[in-house]
Design a protein around this ligand. Sequence first.
Ligand code: ADP
Length: 606
Amino acid sequence: MRHKKLIWHIFPASLLTIAVSIVAITWYATTTIHDFFLDHVEADLTARAGLIRSRVGVLLGDTPELRSFCVQVGRESVTRITVISKDGSVLADSNERPESMENHLKRPEIARAFAGEKGQSLRFSKTLNESMLYVAVPVQRDGGADPAAIQAVLRMAVPVTSIDRALSGIQMRIAFGSVLVILVSALVVLVISRNISQPLEKMKKNAEAFARGDFSQRMQGHQSGSASLEVVSLASSMDRMAEMLNEKIRTIETDRKQLDTVFSSMVEAVIAVDVEERIISINAAAARLLGIDHRQAPGKLLQALVRHIELQVQIGRVLTTGESVEKEIVFREQNGEKLLQVRIVTLYDGKARKVGALVVINDVTKLRRLETIRRDFVANVSHELRTPITSIRGYVETLLDGAIDNREDAIKFLQTVQRQSDRLNAIIDDLLALSRIEQESSVGDILLQEGPLRMALESAVQTCQIEAGRVGVGLVVDCPEDILVTMNHTLLEQAIVNLLVNAVKYSRKDDLVTVSARLTGDKGDGRKVTITVRDTGCGIAAEHLPRLFERFYRSDKARSRAVGGTGLGLAIVKHIVQAHGGKIDVRSQEGVGSEFTITLEGRAAD
Ligand code: ADP
């Protein structure tokens, strides 16, 4: 349905009402005036008839006298006077010759008068060719009221055309006035309608601005002085409503922004799903953890994006039972496994209706691995320290028990005690070195200076030369002179020494150990230096490689102990490399050899 403007509701209806009222009033007025005139003229005619009735009664026997009386009185009173005899023939008439007039007995006013009453009639006279008002009264010779004594009827008549003419003049004036009144009232109605509709029009525009979220304008200020009290108070109510709305929207927006910030910057992965397990929202951490695009995820089924039976089962359980769940689940992906701690709770809306579930996931893979490492480390430290101590105590007790008297045995035992205490010393030295590096690097206390790499490599080789020579392993340095590295010379040398010592330890006689360095990457800031220590020794089985740099981790316990290893060498290397902001990798094949590569920032000398 098409709605009309307010002005088109008010204007035509008011105009029509005014026009109809004016027409009705005009019609009523003219009819009343017309009737009034007729009544007046009729009363006048009756009075005139009353005046001459007795005279006519007297003259009834004398027709010529009666005729001249009628003509004279008719002329003087501008009235047509007719006297009709009992048989209906006209005895006298002021305007016509009675002989030429037809029988009048059938005329209604005459018939009535002969019945003894006053008769009147308004009709068109063919004789005079105009509308006439007739009043007829009975005439008795004695002036009595007995119908049987009626001898004739006296009829007075005047033309009413003049009344009609006067009336139509009045009607013309009233019509002219009406048109004027209608025009003026149309103007007034138009102004009133506009006064009502214009403020509403303005309010509509303002309300549309509110709907668009533009609360900068106020309705009340826009209302002109002619606006009605209702409109002004409506405008002020709408203004108050807009202010409250604006305030509420701003609060909601601020809250939402804060929530969004909290949500997206949370370390925990958070996913909200509805009762059909469609994603309502997901934060960046969750998308990263599960490997999905968090902008496209909302609205999609969670299981379509993340295929994990256990996760689905748990979400399903929370959605049906309403009880929260906390569980660690293993999440397999291309590059390994992740251990995820999953907490699922039911989501309720403001009316406490269940609307879905909230899944909070923590990646505890690293944490669990660290816990294992720490546990292993504590166990390992005590074990590593206890072994030489037990051994020393055993030999010392044996000596005290009397073995000291056998010089040969005593020397052998004391040498073992010496070896074990050296080992104890080595372990403690390494542990101390490790914790020192760890502590210094964590507080940024390690002094780094740019210097030639080759010098560091050569002095490391020199340190290992005697031991290498003793077991018949060759050491080779392959490093361009111009490579500069920002390093702590002592620490880096220590790391290379550790790698070389291992390489020598796990090599066979006549093997060759190479320490080489190369500049890689583009010229400029992004250049890297790789230092590789390569041997052709026994190699390391693949399963040991991920944990090789952990403290006390040994791929081959017996052999390590036999060659006097502490199991801390590679852990120290790793920490030194980390303190330099670099990384270390290992590639090895059992029976073929090993290759340890350190990558650091570096550049070529100018
Ligand atoms: P260790 O003092 O026992 O050598 P490390 O931390 O230096 O301790 O090394 C850890 C383990 O890694 C060693 O026990 C050894 O089994 C293995 N390993 C290290 N370097 C080599 C290598 N070059 N060849 C073979 N195995 C190696």
